[in-house]
Design a protein around this ligand. Sequence first.
Ligand SMILES: NC(=O)c1ccc[n+]([C@@H]2O[C@H](COP(=O)([O-])OP(=O)(O)OC[C@H]3O[C@@H](n4cnc5c(N)ncnc54)[C@H](OP(=O)(O)O)[C@@H]3O)[C@@H](O)[C@H]2O)c1
Length: 262
Amino acid sequence: MVRIDLGIKGKKVIVTAASKGIGFATAKRFLEEGAKVIISSHDENNLRKAYERLKNLGEVNYIIADLTKPSDVENLIKSGYSTLGGLDVLVYVTGSPKPGNLFELTNEDWINAFYLLLMSAVIAVREAGKLMKSGGRIILSTSMTLKEPLPNLDLSNVVRLSLAGLIKVAARELGEKGILVNGVMPGWTLTDRVDQLVKDRAKREGRSEEEIIRDITRDVPLKRIGKPEEVANVILFLASELSTYVNGVLIPVDGGLIKATL
Ligand SMILES: NC(=O)c1ccc[n+]([C@@H]2O[C@H](COP(=O)([O-])OP(=O)(O)OC[C@H]3O[C@@H](n4cnc5c(N)ncnc54)[C@H](OP(=O)(O)O)[C@@H]3O)[C@@H](O)[C@H]2O)c1
C-alpha cells in the first residue's frame, strides 16, 4: 500500500460501537496511523476482547456505553474527552436495528430504534461539538438505506434517514467553529451484522445462505461484498489533513450499489 501522511498521528479519537465490524476496523486503522483511540460498545466482554486485539497497535482505552441510553452517550463523550485530554475526532457508528417490516415491528421497536439510531447520534454530535476545537472532525457511519430502502430493514430505512438532516445541521452549526461534520453510507460490508442478515433472510425465504450471498453480490457492480477496512479508510480520509473543505456530505462506500444518480 502507498504510504501518505494523513496527519492522524497523535489525534485524540473516540469510536463508538467499536467492539466489532465497521467500528472495530475504523479504530484499528486510526491506531495504525498513530492516533490515540477510545473504543466503546455496550457489551463489556466484547469490548475487552476488542481491546485485547488492539492494544499492541498503540494507545487505546475503552469505555462501556449503551447507545440506547442518553446518559451513557453523554458520559462517553465527557469521559473520553478527559481520558484523552481533548477530542479531535468522533467517529460515530451504532449497533444494528432489529430487522422487520412495517407490519412486524412493534411500537416499542420503533422507540428503541429512535434511541439507538438517532438520539444517540444527536447527543454524541452535540456533546462532542461543545468540546471540540477548530480542526475537529465528526464522521457518522450511516447506511446506504439513506439513499435506497432495503427490504425488511424498515427501522434503518425510516429512522436512520434523520442522520442526513443531522449531518447537514451540524455541518452548518459547527462549521462556524471550524469543525467538519460528514458521513459515510456503507453498502454490504462483511461483518457479523451481515452474517446475521443473511441468516435471517435465508430462514425467511427458505433458501440457503450461499444463495442469499449470491443475490446480494449480483446487484453490486463490483460483484463482491465490501470489507470493513474499506469503509474505515473513507472515514480516515474524512478525518485526515487531505480533507479540509468537505463538510456536510454523505459518501457512499457501496461498490456502486446505490442506483440513484444524485
Ligand atoms: N455491515 C453492513 O453491511 C452494513 C451496511 C450498512 C450499514 N451498516 C450499519 O453499520 C453499523 C455497524 O454495522 P456492523 O456490520 O459493523 O455491525 P456489527 O459487526 O454487528 O457490530 C455492531 C457493533 O455495534 C455495537 N452495539 C450494538 N448495540 C449497541 C448499543 N446498544 N450500544 C453500544 N454499542 C452497540 C456492538 O457492540 P457490542 O459488543 O456491545 O454488542 C458492535 O460493536 C450498524 O448500525 C449497521 O446497521 C452495516
